[in-house]
Design a protein around this ligand. Structure first.
Ligand SMILES: Nc1nc2c(c(=O)[nH]1)N[C@H]1C(S)=C(S)[C@@H](COP(=O)(O)OP(=O)(O)OC[C@H]3O[C@@H](n4cnc5c(=O)[nH]c(N)nc54)[C@H](O)[C@@H]3O)O[C@H]1N2
Ligand SMILES: Nc1nc2c(c(=O)[nH]1)N[C@H]1C(S)=C(S)[C@@H](COP(=O)(O)OP(=O)(O)OC[C@H]3O[C@@H](n4cnc5c(=O)[nH]c(N)nc54)[C@H](O)[C@@H]3O)O[C@H]1N2
Ligand SMILES: [Mo]
Length: 691
């Protein structure tokens, strides 16, 4: 057995930005992690973990692991650093922050973070307090799910949906723009149990991913047209009298106006927009409305478009129209983050801001760093994210990170591409090395994880870094002395959320995983007509807005996550890269032939924003007009030092300030037949070149 040689097995929680928030076991020998397994006692994840996290010991002790603070000695991007002490690094950062604040105002300093750790303390607490007290620019954290969550809320008010544990009882399951097998493994486990009990799985996607392969019915759709499909389904349901009139009258507003609107979306028109045949639209509408309980898992993929908010808003109307919320196993889910809402006022302390400060949308990092701003961004502090790999319009992001006059600090666990542009690199502890509280945006349990292993090198958790910086800046407020346990207690002390009642740190330490107080099924009130949308300047009824790119004969490039990386995390591990082979471009035979491309050819993917080089993979899993490249590869492992985000737009979606990664039209051309394997880390470090 893999885990035999250890002297302790300790429970932990997976910290990554993934819905599942699995229970983990760390197997430890002499203070070091020797193996990772699943926690069989976790009530939802039951000891099963993904292939990535099972390799986490390689990430923790791998060649990329940061163990001491570093100062840049070579040109930005070169990766040339020398070690320094924490004292000196903190003094240097505080000195520069003071100088920049004096010269330009503290708004010239931009914190930049996302979901590297979903821990409540590490994800957003002392850091927020620090930057608020400093008066830095505020970051709008919108790169992931902002558009869809805003759209869902316009329909259903809260960021809540079905409890996934109910979904074993679902009999009709639509995975809509979601890749459950790769990105929400345990939802797939519930789906498989439901199927054993007779359920049907329908997958609606722009390509047949692993979940589409497992479906009873795969429905391919043209990117960015899901809003129209939802309208077409509602049209058929209402026209054929399949809606639940009783539920509609009690739990919805605006049915009459909706019916009026649906006249504009007969199946023939919807088929022309979505490229889903009329007979499939009819069949899907009839099956969905007549099979109970029906559950729609709304993924993140379909909302990474300019119209992503409205797409989700429309889909979120469907369960109310057919009364799906009535039974256990019926309803929809986009995000369940609303169940575990914590005391954000205490965590973030916006009251510490000396004056109101400007906000900067993280999807526009390239603009923030390269265009005229008043005051200009003079310092960037990156943690919990890897923008050189994951942010859109990478060529401009990189140009910004190369600015000699930009003072950049990066706090990370490993030497990412972003670190390579830093003036100061700070080593971070992983979740195995610090305490944190974890919530899930899918299941309804909180988890507490204490350190499992000794800290690696001189790594420090986020909370300690911002405490050191606060002290160096002379911030005296008592909240900067709060310990991790203090912060967790403050987060849980939140009477407006009744689901937290009876849950405190002591209980979490005893039980490790605790279910929120949710006894009754959540049944939202659904706004077919939304006054809030009218007020905010939107069409108050579900509508379809075409994308600004695509549909004119070009290829739409969709770049969703792959199976073995977690955003850019784990892409640093050779074992995971080997499983994903190389950065590939899935293209159908017709589009490949039109460009003289054969399977395995090296191709250039380009548009006005940038270019990258990928290996062509001819497949019937994508339809004509759409090409797919899965996974955020590290730029330094990519040909020409750039990944798919070279091409992605930095536009902002219709709602919530969301990202539009997938509304991305490209040209593809063959470069050469002999496609060398992706360069490995050792050689590409020296090969990196700007495009
Ligand atoms: N293995 C793995 N798991 C992960 C992640 C990871 O990187 N790797 N990332 C985590 C994070 S941060 C997130 S946000 C989630 C994301 O996971 P999901 O919510 O599943 O979303 P995506 O994988 O981005 O996209 C899902 C599918 O949407 C499809 N899609 C794209 N455009 C459209 C469209 O216009 N219409 C329709 N119907 N489908 C479309 C894509 O082709 C893709 O197959 O996964 C989390 N879990
Ligand atoms: N083309 C394309 N681009 C995408 C996407 C896509 O589908 N296609 N998906 C988008 C989405 S949905 C998301 S959510 C973003 C995600 O993008 P990111 O939020 O950047 O996620 P990761 O790439 O996993 O990077 C997280 C970083 O945080 C570090 N980290 C982890 N824990 C800690 C900690 O405790 N402290 C500190 N200081 N650092 C830590 C990790 O080592 C890692 O380098 O990417 C987006 N970019
Ligand atoms: Mo995400």
């Amino acid at each position: 057995m893999k885990h035999r040689d250890y002297d302790a097995a300790r429970r932990s929680i997976c910290p990554f930005d993934c819905p599942d928030a699995c229970g983990l076991i760390g197997y430890v020998k002499a203070g070091r992690l020797v193996a990772v397994g699943g926690d069989p006692d976790h009530p939802v994840t039951h000891g099963h973990i993904c292939a990535k996290v099972a390799f986490d010991d390689r990430r923790i002790y791998g060649a990329d692991r940061l163990t001491q603070p570093l100062l840049r000695i070579g040109p930005k991007g070169s990766g040339e650093f020398e070690p320094t002490s924490w004292d000196h690094a903190i003094e240097l950062i505080a000195g520069r922050f003071k100088q920049i604040s004096a010269d330009y105002g503290a708004e010239a300093i931009l914190p930049y973070s996302y979901g590297g750790t979903m821990g409540v303390v590490g994800g957003g607490s002392m850091d927020r307090r620090f930057f608020h007290r400093l008066g830095a620019s505020q970051l709008l954290r919108t790169i992931c799910s902002a558009a869809g969550n805003a759209g869902y809320r316009y329909s259903n008010i809260e960021n809540r949906g079905i409890d996934p544990e109910e979904t074993v009882d679902s009999r009709y399951i639509i995975s809509w723009g979601a890749n459950l097998v790769s990105a929400n493994l345990h939802q797939m486990t519930y789906v498989q149990e439901a199927r054993r009990r007779g359920a049907k799985l329908v997958v609606i996607d722009v390509h047949r991913n692993k979940t589409g392969d497992a479906a009873d019915w795969f429905i391919p759709i043209y990117p960015g047209t899901d809003g129209a499909l939802a309208l077409g389904l509602m049209h058929v349901i209402v026209a054929e009298g399949l809606h639940d009139a009783g539920f509609v009258s009690e739990h919805t507003a605006g049915f009459d106006q909706l019916v009026e609107r649906l006249r504009d979306y007969p199946p023939e028109r919807v088929a022309a927009i979505t490229r889903v045949p009329v007979e499939d639209i009819l069949r899907l509408a009839r099956e969905y409305a007549s099979t109970r309980p029906a559950f729609i898992r709304i993924g993140n993929g379909l909302q990474h478009h300019d119209n992503g908010g409205m797409c989700v808003r429309n889909i979120a109307c469907l369960p109310a129209l057919v009364g799906a919320w009535r039974e256990p196993g019926g309803g929809a889910m986009k995000s369940n983050g609303g169940y575990s809402e914590l005391n954000e006022a205490a965590l973030y302390r916006t009251d510490l801001m000396p004056a109101p400060t400007r906000t900067i949308n993280m999807n526009r990092l390239c603009q923030a760093l390269t265009e005229v701003h008043d005051p200009p961004i003079q310092a960037l502090f990156v943690y919990n994210t890897n923008p050189a790999a994951v942010a859109p319009s990478q060529a401009r992001v990189t140009a910004g990170l190369r600015r000699e006059d930009l003072f950049t600090v990066v706090h990370d666990i490993v030497m990412t591409d972003t670190c390579r542009y830093a003036d100061v690199v700070l080593p971070a502890t992983s979740h195995w090395e610090h305490t944190d509280l974890y919530k899930s945006y899918w299941h309804l349990h909180l988890g507490l994880a204490d350190p499992v292993i000794d800290r690696v090198g001189q790594a420090k958790p986020n909370i300690e870094v911002f405490q050191l910086l606060a002290a160096a800046m002379g911030f005296q407020e008592p909240c900067f002395a709060d310990s991790t346990d203090d912060v967790i207690r403050q987060a849980l002390d939140h009477t407006p959320n009744p689901r937290l009642r009876g849950i405190d740190l002591d209980r979490l330490r005893r039980e490790r995983v605790v279910r929120l107080n949710v006894a009754e099924k959540y049944v939202p009130f659904t706004y077919f007509y939304s006054e809030d949308m009218a007020r905010d300047g939107y069409d108050p009824l579900p509508t379809y807005v075409p994308l600004p790119e695509g549909d004119d004969g070009g290829l739409m490039l969709i770049t969703p996550p792959n199976h073995h990386f977690l955003n850019s995390t784990f892409a640093g591990l050779e074992e995971m890269r080997a499983r994903e082979k190389a950065p590939r471009l899935q293209i159908c035979a017709v589009d490949a032939a039109a460009r003289g491309i054969a399977d395995g050819d090296l191709v250039e993917v380009r548009n006005g924003r940038g270019l990258c080089e990928l290996t062509a993979c001819i497949t019937d899993a994508v339809r004509p007009g759409v090409v797919v490249s899965q996974g955020v590869w590290w730029p330094k492992h990519s040909r020409r030092g750039g990944n798919v985000n070279q091409t992605t737009p930095d536009r902002i979606a219709d709602m919530g300030g969301g990202a539009v990664f997938f509304s991305n039209q490209v040209e593809v051309r063959k470069l050469s037949a002999a496609c060398p394997a992706a360069p490995n880390a050792a050689t590409s470090d020296r090969q990196q070149a700007p495009i």
